[in-house]
Design a protein. Sequence first.
Length: 248
Amino acid sequence: MLGALGNVFNRFAAPSPLRQLQRQPQRGEFTSAFAASVTFAPSTPEEFATVAVARAATGRFAEAIQLLEQAAGEELSGLRAHIEELLRQSSGDSELLQEPLWNFAVKEIEGLPDSWRSWVAAVPQVAQYIGPVEVRAMEGTAGQVGLFASRSISAGETLLLCHPLATADSAGEPLLLELQRVCQQSALTRARLSCLTDGKDSRNRFSPSESMQVFQNVIDSLPSDPNPHLLGKLQGIIAANVFNKAEI
């Protein structure tokens, strides 16, 4: 009898695959949501929106737009327009943010049902953009590299816009724990962290061209291995690279 009641309770308590897919981005598990969305076959406007959010949250804007083009529903038009704007921003074909991300005024996506807003918030407000810059070796240094303009630039021109790898209230244990959490979810974060010095060796283990390839990639996915070597360097990477927004 108790076993039967337990089975009934679990059946009612367990969230549906759709709800699970919506909750993962809310927990910062963007790549897990994308991986789960690959085998999810949407049929309703809410399902199409959920799968599109999983795509957009990992930088797959074109895929998200293609999904939304297959669905019908006025409630999707604002989300589609926002992701189309992100795609234009990512290629520099739209007005780009020219202020720190933390000063950016969040804009609500029009037409969304209120019950969707908590999980649609996983869609970036602005896209990452890599402009006329390149990674090159720095003359007169022992293997160090730097970021240089790749052509003549105009005053006020946006060179790049990148989301932070992680944020926390302090550069101590809170940031370390957040980076450890993100590294479990983000192959993109791992790759970018691997390009940063930990303060023990000034030489970069990537060539300038390899570093540039990492820098230009904005598509994220689940890591394929635990990479304990990188996790062991996180404290050094934090000490050598972290900054407080008040310092800018």
